[in-house]
Design a protein around this ligand. Structure first.
Ligand SMILES: CC(C)(COP(=O)([O-])OP(=O)([O-])OC[C@H]1O[C@@H](n2cnc3c(N)ncnc32)[C@H](O)[C@@H]1OP(=O)([O-])[O-])[C@@H](O)C(=O)NCCC(=O)NCCSC(=O)C[C@@](C)(O)CC(=O)[O-]
Ligand SMILES: NC(=O)C1=CN([C@@H]2O[C@H](COP(=O)(O)OP(=O)(O)OC[C@H]3O[C@@H](n4cnc5c(N)ncnc54)[C@H](OP(=O)(O)O)[C@@H]3O)[C@@H](O)[C@H]2O)C=CC1
Length: 405
């Protein structure tokens, strides 16, 4: 790449000869990104020198971004290694987390220390269903009822159409919802190691063609928001979406006192009054302290779709005294993760998946996706333990004053 190449390309955009998004058709992806930086620098006065210093060929990111100018670098660290006794992942693992929030990794790391002193964390995937719910228009409620019945009776035909588009996805359920003359069919797939939103969308479009052929229904929108993707929604909390996954631990009293600087009773009280009662009064969907922190940091590190932190934070934390010790669990209802596809193929994200030992397709398919979900749940559990403890011992603000400013 030379500046002249990028400069000449930028000139063609200035002259109206090329659109900003057409540059890859006329130069390699790195030159195209450099030309865009020139144009953005000129228009904004910003210096994009650091944005342009990325460590992979821009062409590798072509499936992941349009109008690329470079890459954002987010600090990444690890917590652990933490002992995990999961259904799909077991043994000691470092957990990679990317964030700009000082004190976050220290906190989750402290939680991991407590988990290790307690003999490790348990974790299990409880359900695996990625959903897409198209919206259909029908004439009236009688036709709506008929469509809902038809869908229940014709799951095999819908499955055949949907699964013709994918070698890995399996259609497991089709659940109809009726609102007046609107019908939503919530298609639920086992997407194996893929997060599965592209896969489920393509498969559902094929199934919708059958619905339109066989019934009077008119497809209004392939996504009708009952899916529900990238929005806070009770349907995901109740029915689940992606992986429903839980992690738990019983922390001996002496570990709570030594590592977490508090008592089982104090943590249980904070959890009840904050995570349960406080969240209820707030009208929250997530009844937890900061599950979003662990989910977001692991999503960024491992190439997940960042917008789906919305559903990932849909979690309930429980804490109770158990024979003088502290039992804590966290259940994430709708954790959308994958180890193939999306951002997982980018170089640093793939390296983070290697740290966990879950890059690519699992054997059997789906096992790597399950393992990643369990690792995220354990990070969330560690974060909950540590933050609840910090609140119980009244050192939240001092911790952030020391580490986060
Ligand atoms: C900061 C601590 C951990 C200190 O906690 P401490 O108990 O004073 O620390 P310590 O020096 O005694 O060390 C205990 C263990 O913590 C870990 N640890 C300790 N320091 C580090 C460090 N620098 N880097 C990595 N790990 C660290 C480490 O595992 C260490 O064990 P060791 O290895 O020494 O045997 C504690 O005060 C804490 O966890 N505070 C809570 C902070 C927190 O959870 N922040 C999360 C973000 S808050 C937020 O975003 C959401 C919020 C709060 O608004 C949500 C809501 O409304 O609740
Ligand atoms: N389309 C949409 O509406 C939305 C898209 N997204 C984006 O979708 C992307 C994620 O979609 P997703 O479908 O996960 O990924 P991809 O679109 O990257 O597709 C992944 C493909 O990998 C193949 N594959 C290979 N090995 C495996 C395996 N072991 N398990 C499962 N699949 C395997 C499958 O092909 P095959 O199916 O042929 O078997 C699968 O369809 C992200 O970039 C996200 O940002 C996010 C939200 C909405």
């Amino acid at each position: 790449m030379t500046d002249t190449d990028a400069g000449a390309l930028a000139d063609r955009v200035r002259e109206g000869d090329l659109r900003l998004y057409e540059l890859e058709e006329h130069a390699d992806a790195d030159v195209a990104a450099a030309a865009r930086r020139l144009l953005v620098e000129e228009q904004s006065g910003a210096d994009l020198g650091t944005t342009g210093e990325y460590a992979f060929p821009a062409a590798d990111a072509e499936p992941n971004v349009e109008n690329m100018t470079g890459a954002v670098q987010i600090p990444v660290g690890v917590v652990g290694p933490v002992e995990i006794d999961g259904g799909a992942i077991s043994g000691e693992r470092y957990l990679p987390m990317a964030t700009t929030e000082g004190a976050l990794l220290a906190s989750v790391n402290r939680g991991c220390a407590a988990l290790n002193d307690a003999g490790g964390a348990g974790a299990r995937v409880l359900k695996n269903r990625m959903t897409r719910a198209p919206a259909f228009r029908v004439a009236d409620v009688a036709e709506a009822e008929a469509l809902a019945s038809w869908a229940r009776d014709n799951v095999d035909a819908l499955r055949e159409a949907a699964e013709s588009t994918t070698g890995h996805g399996e259609l497991r359920e089709v659940t109809p919802y009726v609102v007046g003359n609107n019908v939503y069919l919530r298609f639920a797939y086992d997407t194996k190691d893929a997060m599965g939103m592209n896969m489920a969308t393509i498969a559902t479009e094929a199934a919708c063609a059958v619905v339109e052929e066989e019934t009077p229904a008119h497809l209004v929108a392939l996504s009708g928001n009952l899916c529900s993707d990238k929005k806070p929604a009770a349907v995901n909390a109740v029915e689940g979406r992606g992986r429903t996954v839980a992690a738990d631990v019983t922390v001996p009293r002496d570990v709570v006192e030594r590592t977490l600087k508090t008592t089982p009773e104090a943590v249980a009280e904070v959890n009840t009054r904050k995570n349960l009662v406080g969240s209820a009064k707030a009208g929250a969907l997530g009844f937890n302290a900061h599950v979003a922190n662990s989910v977001a940091a692991m999503f960024l590190a491992t190439g997940q779709d960042a917008a789906q932190v919305v559903e990932g934070a849909n979690a309930i934390t429980t804490a109770e005294r158990r024979e003088g010790d502290l039992y804590v669990s966290v259940t994430l209802a709708s954790l959308e993760v994958g180890t193939v596809g999306g951002g997982t193929r980018l170089p640093t994200q793939a390296e983070a998946l290697d740290v966990l030992g879950v890059r690519g397709g699992g054997d059997p398919p789906g096992s790597n996706g399950d393992a990643l979900a369990e690792a995220v749940a354990v990070a969330a559990l560690a974060g909950e333990l540590s933050l609840l403890s910090a609140l119980a011992s009244r050192n939240l603000s001092s911790a952030h004053a020391d580490l986060g400013r």
